[in-house]
Design a protein around this ligand. Structure first.
Ligand code: GRG
Length: 315
């Protein structure tokens, strides 16, 4: 008897269900990244005035790890929801993240020429259009959730919009960026201030990625609190590793200028702890993050593997 591909796959499923395979992060990331790329590609059409839509698409579709959307999809699925429910929010997280990178790279802020291996938005379109491309992405992100989310009750969509709005504004990214700008070149920045900067500038959107995925799936308050602690820990670990990579990785690996923190006289975790202790602190945060997921068992494998990826990544 010839075995068809489907039957062969069925056979493989029987074999693997007897010996459950370990979760394969590389395959998972590839699948999820492809799904996110396809959704982002279809999210913004180029219409009149074409220049602004092209500028928005230039940075949005420039690659990147797509970590925030993937965290959102993974958490929604962990809590019993579907990727269809979460995809508009996942895309909007990437729109917000991308707009924050466009504005962060402006001459008035970090003044960077490269991002995601390409020229920065203002280098291609000019500062005026880059500011507006960021504004366009930010506004569209909220419109996109409100207009495109399907299969989720309106009160949950509203909760997601409120959570994300808080994460982006002065209580989140904007606040973190302000303290970061104020601290530049100040040799007396404390560890508390540095942690404030990163919990807000980087941590707030990563937390929102996880929590919003859970809200969409209707997670309980207990699970939301648990997932919030998980995401706060991975958020801080993410930034510690970012600081380490700024010193240890090359421009080719990072896709942006390396060594910027030292050049701008920024306080970083390695400047307080050194590289090895910084890595140890990040590992400790990841261990604590993963411990929060214990009650979910094997269903949390994607979130556990994503936490490990944060410290193992090379860019
Ligand atoms: C949000 C309204 C609003 C304004 C922007 C400029 C600004 C306010 C905030 C700065 C936020 C910022 C750039 C934080 C750094 C976050 C960070 C570690 C970025 C790198 O993220 P990765 O490694 O990048 O996930 P990829 O390219 O992989 O997506």
């Amino acid at each position: 008897m010839t075995i068809s591909i489907d039957q062969k796959n069925d056979l493989e499923m029987v074999i693997t269900s007897e010996n459950p395979p370990t979760f394969n992060l590389a395959t998972y990331l590839k699948t999820q990244q492809a799904a996110v790329e396809a959704a982002l590609e279809g999210a913004i059409a180029v219409v009149y005035p074409e220049k602004i839509y092209e500028a928005m698409r230039y940075s949005l579709l420039a690659g990147g790890k797509r970590l925030r959307p993937i965290l959102c999809l993974a958490t929604c699925e962990l809590m019993g929801g579907s990727s269809i429910m979460a995809m508009p929010t996942a895309c909007s997280l990437e729109m917000i993240h991308t707009m924050s990178l466009i504005h962060d790279d402006l001459p008035a802020m970090d003044n960077d020429d490269y991002r995601r291996g390409k020229l920065t938005n203002h280098k291609v379109y000019g500062e005026d259009i880059a500011i507006l491309a960021g504004d366009g992405l930010l506004a569209y992100a909220f419109e996109f959730i409100a207009a495109q989310t399907q299969g989720v009750a309106a009160d949950k969509v509203l909760k997601v919009i409120a959570h994300l709005g808080r994460a982006v504004g002065a209580a989140g990214l904007v606040g973190g960026q302000v303290v970061d700008l104020e601290s530049e070149g100040n040799p007396d920045v404390t560890l508390e201030t540095l942690t404030y900067i990163h919990r807000h500038k980087t941590g707030a959107l990563l937390e929102s990625s996880v929590v919003c995925g859970a809200i969409l799936a209707g997670a309980s308050d207990t699970d939301l609190a648990r997932l919030s602690r998980y995401s706060q820990n991975i958020g801080l670990a993410f930034q510690i590793i970012d600081d380490v990579l700024d010193i240890t990785a090359t421009q080719e690996e990072l896709g942006k200028t390396a060594g910027k923190d030292l050049q701008a006289q920024k306080a970083t975790y390695p400047s307080f702890w050194g590289i090895e202790e910084s890595k140890r602190q990040a590992d400790q945060l990841i261990t604590e993050a993963k411990a929060e997921l214990a009650p979910f068992g094997a269903a949390a494998d994607p979130l556990i593997a994503l936490a490990d990826y944060i410290t193992a990544r090379k860019n």
